[in-house]
Every structure is written in C-alpha cells, then in structure tokens.
Design a protein around this ligand. Structure first.
Ligand code: NAP
Length: 298
C-alpha cells in the first residue's frame, strides 16, 4: 500500500511543496500552527490533523518545513510533537534550514524510538517550490533516501544525497554563502549601472547570459529594478541562515569576509524594520550608503 504522507508547515515554501505532492497523486495530511492556512488544501485533496503528534500517528512519512531550529525542535520534541505520535519505522524528513548539530541530536532522539530521519533542506526559492524544481540536499541513510525519492522527485529536480545526518544542512549553508555573496554582487552592479546612467533592463539583458549570469541575477535583479521588495525569502530568515553559517565558521576557525559583511548589511535593514522584505532588499542597504536609488530617474 502507498505510504501516507504528512506535511507540517504551510508557509511560503510548504504551500507549493504540498500542492506538488497532491498533483503527483500522494495522499497528504497537513498540519499548520495557524490552522486557517490548512483550509485551502482540503478542496485539493488534503486531509488535516489537530497536532504534529496526531499527524504522525496517521502517517508513514512526515515532512517538516518550518522556520528555525527551535521551531523544528518544538514540532518534533514538544508535548504534542511528532516524537509523541510517530510509530517505529516511520520516517521524518526535515526540509527546513536549521543547525546541522541539532539535526544530529534530533536524528538520535528519533532513532531511540525506531523512527528514521533525513535532513533535506531546499534551494530554489518560492518559485522552485511552486514549480517543483527545488534543489534538495539530503543527509541520512541511503535506504531512507531511496524510500523518500518519489516524494523528492515530486518537489524538486536536483536531488543529491551528500552524506550522513546533518550533512544536508551543512551543504545548505554552503548554498547560502553563494546566494548572499552573489546578491551583494548583483546589488553592487545595479547600483553602479544606475550611477552610470544606463538602461538597467538592457544592462541586465546584456550580462545575464554570459559568465556573470546567475539565478539571483535573473530572478531577483528584475525585482530590484522594479523596486518590488515582496519576499520569496525574507531578510529575517536569511539572517537566521547566515547566523548558522557564521556560528559553524567560528567553530571551524575560518574567516568568511564576504558573508560577514552581508550579515551586517542585512542587520541595517532589520534595524530599519525591513526584516519582512525579500532578501534582494540587500540593494537597499547599499543604496543608503551611496545616497542613490536603483530604478529611479536621476
Ligand atoms: P514562512 O513562509 O515564514 O513559513 C514558516 C512556516 O513555519 C509557517 O507554516 C509557520 O506557521 C511555521 N512555524 C514557524 N514556527 C513554528 C513553530 N514554532 N511551530 C510550528 N510551526 C511553526 O517560511 P518559508 O519561507 O516557507 O521557509 C520555511 C523553511 O524553508 C525555513 O527554514 C527557510 O529557511 C527554508 N527555505 C526557505 C526558502 C524561501 O525562498 N522562502 C528557500 C529555501 C529554504 P504559521 O503559519 O503558524 O506562522
């Protein structure tokens, strides 16, 4: 019999991922802390649960996509958490971005009850979640990765098993260094183009297919030019990830100059109450330093 899937966390990412699982024909039961967000999935075929424990009792595979490390801990270890309901043999897949160290602790706590775990953080933004084209970086045992593969294929395109528990999260932090330092380059380049009096859309078109091309440039560059700061990924969540990167780098004793600079620039946005803007609002931090606005007539 096909496995019953549970999904916890119907945020920007979770919403698209659940829709793709339903489209692929999986039986999905959902739970979200703010219960009203579950309603829209019922006509699409989802059933609902009253708590993470209730969901876990009724599911073989439980996917989690919530905000931060303490949130995943609460959802799994809390009084009405997944651990309280999951039967032996169940599989918990955490697709949130959280601490690699805590991930290993959670995998050990679940294993004591005979419950398997994979860390499978994602990249590709809200667009990737909606289109089913996420990159998924998976840590854990190979047999459980094989068990989860049909689900991953419904939600993503590039699925890479990178090692044991926690390694998926560490690779995700590698991804985040690349994303933010790239966004710094995109912001700096657009500021320079603005100061140079260029047609910004033409400049973007001219450079995006060459060696300077990137996902951030093609997807977030036009949003910066249009001054559309709606989030695919919020500044606040981006800061959470950079904190995880900088903590890990500190433990390893390596300097991360670019990432540290971007962390401080995002901090200036949070101080201006812009934490719910998209992470491409990094451009606004540079604009303030330069006394110049991108996409506005001089
Ligand atoms: P989001 O839109 O802010 O949604 C967060 C979800 O987590 C909501 O469903 C929220 O429930 C739930 N949640 C938060 N704290 C909780 C708690 N203590 N207990 C139970 N539920 C809790 O965030 P998102 O953008 O979907 O991101 C989710 C995860 O994916 C994060 O780890 C993020 O870093 C990662 N991610 C995001 C992106 C992106 O582009 N957005 C890309 C890659 C990875 P409520 O509805 O009740 O608030």
């Amino acid at each position: 019999m096909a496995e019953q899937i549970g999904f916890i966390g119907l945020g920007i990412m979770g919403r698209g991922m659940v829709r793709n699982l339903l489209r692929a024909g999986f039986a999905v039961r959902v739970w979200n802390r703010t219960a009203a967000k579950m309603t829209e999935f019922v006509p699409a075929g989802a059933t609902t649960a009253t708590s993470p424990a209730d969901l876990a009792r009724q599911c073989d595979i439980i996917i989690i996509c919530v905000s931060d490390t303490p949130d995943v801990q609460a959802v799994i270890l809390g009084e009405h958490g997944v651990l309280a309901g999951a039967p032996a043999g169940a599989l918990v897949i955490d697709m949130s971005t959280i601490s690699p160290q805590v991930t290993r602790q959670l995998a050990a706590a679940l294993a004591q009850k005979g419950v398997h775990m994979l860390d499978a953080p994602i990249s590709g933004g809200s667009e990737g979640a909606a289109r089913g084209t996420l990159s998924i970086m998976v840590g854990g045992q190979a047999d459980q990765v094989a068990r989860a593969m049909p689900l991953f294929q419904a939600m993503g395109k590039a699925i890479t098993h990178v090692g044991d528990h926690g390694t998926g999260q560490t690779v995700k932090l590698v991804n985040q260094i690349l994303v933010v330092v790239n966004m710094l380059a995109v912001s700096e380049a657009l500021l320079f183009a603005q100061a140079g009096g260029l047609d910004l859309s033409k400049a973007l078109e001219a450079v995006s297919q060459g060696a300077a091309g990137s996902w951030m440039l093609s997807n977030r560059g036009p949003q910066v030019i249009a001054r559309d700061w709606r989030p695919g990924f919020t500044v606040d969540l981006q800061q959470k990830d950079l904190r995880l990167v900088l903590q890990a780098a500190d433990q390893m004793g390596i300097p991360l100059l670019g990432t540290s600079t971007v962390f401080q620039l995002y901090r200036t946005l949070q101080a201006r109450d812009l934490g719910s803007d998209g992470n491409h609002a990094l451009a606004k931090a540079l604009e303030q330093l330069a006394g110049l606005e991108i996409g506005r007539d001089a």
